[in-house]
Design a protein around this ligand. Structure first.
Ligand code: EPU
Length: 341
């Protein structure tokens, strides 16, 4: 394989908001053996550089003046198996949902609650994707990285090295721009240990008439829930939850709950409390709100959508309006989840 560079590339197919920003230069990394040449290339050295996976966590508000590199590394392999535990490695460019389905088809359980999350395997540890009671950190063994400051030399991070938090990891901090995730190793199991505690899942299984669920049933339940609430990016541009659920102090939570007893809340690390941002936005009357083609999804207020021709700037302005409205009403600051460029 060799690298080919395109100039003035439309990024619309490469971001799930469906925004038409252009990249001054663009290339795909399909073979890891091309990485040293890429890192030495004048377009890379000149910068700026944006590494892109599925583009499902990105809001492009303008053209990109540098080099966009699409990480298209592929491959899934079983590394070891002992006593029902399997270690499986998936390359960074693999589609996340495709990988989850493949794992289930092999009898490797543990990722079923994370079905249908958009994006790639390589992005999964960066924001520690999570849904329905499971986060990727709960199943992650190691992350294989390329050290961009050392010619792409391989370096392996353990689960602890990744310093996972809620939608957070070392890849958003010290390792940002320094380590490129090239593959992720998961610890899965042939013996199902199901997480069905999340209210929506229990209800959905009941609707499906399933009393003793298998991992495939859980996957089907999660897919049905997500399809009922979350827009399909292929139909309606979006980047999943646009905001993180805010984590606030126990004192602030107690004061808020005294005024709003119905506010959904969950215990978080260090005695803090996590609030449902979707509920806060919904209570402000913004669910289904629309400013031109930039909108708040009508079934889940945490998701901003592009009804067709919205620009990145319009979506950004809408996100500011949502933040300001929630801050004024509840005194809670919402933090955007996607990378805003
Ligand atoms: N709610 C409302 N109105 C809304 C949205 C939510 O009242 O418009 C209420 C719900 O009724 C529920 C609570 O808020 O009581 C929580 O809602 P939900 O179960 O839909 O989950 P969420 O907290 O809004 C998080 C993740 C999702 C993940 C779900 C399920 C974040 C930022 N989002 O959403 O992840 O699928 O839990 O586990 O943590 C994503 O990150 O892109 C994403 C979709």
């Amino acid at each position: 394989m060799s690298l080919t560079f395109a100039a003035d590339q439309d990024l619309r197919p490469y971001n799930t908001f469906g925004l038409s920003a252009r990249a001054a230069h663009f290339c795909r990394l399909e073979d890891l053996s091309d990485l040293p040449a890429l890192l030495a290339h004048p377009l890379y050295r000149q910068g700026p550089v944006l590494w892109l996976g599925g583009g499902s966590n990105l809001l492009l508000t303008r053209d990109y003046p540098g080099l966009v590199i699409l990480v298209s590394l592929e491959g899934i392999r079983l590394l070891s198996e002992a006593g029902g535990d399997v270690i499986v490695e998936a390359a960074a460019g693999e589609n996340w949902h495709g990988f989850v389905q493949y794992a289930l088809s092999q009898g490797w359980c543990g990722l079923e609650n994370l079905s249908l999350i958009p994006g790639t395997v390589g992005a999964s540890p960066v924001q520690n994707i999570g849904a329905y009671g499971v986060e990727v950190k709960d199943r992650l063994h190691e992350v294989v990285c390329a050290d961009l400051s050392a010619g792409g030399a391989q370096t392996i991070l353990s689960n602890a090295d990744c310093r996972f938090g809620y939608r957070d990891s070392v890849f958003k901090h010290e390792a940002a721009g320094k380590l490129l995730v090239t593959a992720v190793r998961f610890r899965l199991s042939r013996q199902a240990q199901l997480r069905t505690g999340y209210g929506d899942i229990a209800r959905q299984l009941e609707t499906m008439g399933v009393a003793e669920p298998t991992p495939l049933d859980i996957a089907q339940a999660v897919i049905a829930i997500r399809q009922s609430k979350l827009p399909d990016p292929a139909v309606l541009g979006n980047a999943g939850s646009f905001f993180k659920n805010p984590v606030i102090s126990a004192d602030q939570a107690a004061a808020l709950l005294a005024r709003h007893p119905a506010l959904p809340h969950y215990p978080a690390a260090d005695g803090q409390v996590k609030l449902a941002a979707g509920w806060l936005i919904d209570q402000c009357g913004l669910k289904g709100y629309r400013d031109g083609d930039a909108g708040v999804h009508d079934k889940q207020a945490l998701v901003l959508v592009n009804h067709g021709q919205a620009s990145g700037e319009q979506l950004h302005a809408l996100s500011r309006k949502v933040r300001e409205t929630v801050a004024a009403r509840f005194g809670v600051e919402l933090e955007p989840e996607p990378l805003i460029l």
